[in-house]
Design a binder for this molecule. Structure first.
Ligand code: IPE
Ligand code: IPE
Ligand code: MG
Length: 230
């Protein structure tokens, strides 16, 4: 492929529908949706992608039933505990965007430890967006700027970017959404201003290496204009 995105961000959607189709509880869909993660990261890495960001839990997902929320937090913990060695073996650096405030102390510590454990890795950067919302991120940035007494003359796009959770990440080149929905659902609102959008009807637990290739191939045929004439 001629044109590989540097940063791919994924709205991992359709776990519930996957389970429903199989007459299983929704939580089983979420569990299934964590099994393909490392393999998919490897496939992106193989093609030269440097950053992958996964939307795992949105600020709006707190409105789901508490048993589903608890199981999503539990699955995050399980995935981190199970895959931490694999992340190190594969030279993957783990980051988090969003808020950790609503999570229990154990989970917060686990996330912090995994980030510290992998911070010297120089391969793919894998960012987990957990309790992430694009609007909350912008509100947090504004609060921090006010706290820092930033003068309005000094506010420009570059400065705003310094205050976002994603300050160390390039903007995503490609957003992939599984399960066919055509909406952004509060994901990377600022950062995806000029991102290429790709939607597939494949449900997240069925998303595999082949699907990665299809998405990357579609991206490589896009022509990005950024508002200019060709
Ligand atoms: C995505 O799958 C996972 C999260 C949003 C946490 P869903 O749970 O949204 O699955 P559907 O959309 O109900 O199929
Ligand atoms: C977006 O999926 C959030 C995540 C994938 C974590 P949702 O399933 O929550 O989004 P809506 O409700 O369909 O917009
Ligand atoms: Mg959904």
């Amino acid at each position: 492929m001629s044109n590989i995105p540097q940063h791919v961000a994924i709205i991992m959607d359709g776990n519930g529908r996957w389970a429903q189709k199989k007459n299983m509880p929704r939580t089983q869909g979420h569990r299934e949706g964590t099994k393909n993660l490392v393999r998919i990261m490897e496939e992106f890495s193989k093609h030269g992608v440097k950053f992958v960001t996964l939307f795992a839990f949105s600020t709006e997902n707190w409105s789901r039933p508490s048993n589903e929320i608890n199981s999503l937090i539990l699955l995050l913990r399980e995935a981190l505990n199970q895959e931490i060695n694999e992340l190190n073996n594969k030279n993957i650096k783990l980051c988090h965007i969003g808020s950790l405030d609503k999570l229990d102390l154990d989970t917060r510590q686990l996330i912090d430890n995994c980030i510290a454990d992998t911070k010297r890795n120089s391969g793919l950067t894998l960012t987990i967006a957990f309790d992430y919302g694009g609007r909350a991120e912008i509100v947090d940035a504004i609060k921090s700027m006010i706290r820092d007494k930033v003068h309005h003359n000094n506010v420009d796009e570059e400065l705003v970017e310094k205050y976002l959770y994603t300050t160390d990440l390039p903007d995503p080149d490609l957003v992939i959404r599984t399960a066919g929905e055509m909406r952004i659902s509060n994901f990377l609102l600022w950062q995806s201003a000029y991102t290429e959008y790709y939607s597939t009807t494949t449900l997240w637990p069925d998303f595999d290496e082949k699907e990665v290739k299809v998405a990357l191939n579609e991206y490589s045929n896009r022509f990005r204009k950024y508002g200019s004439v060709s």
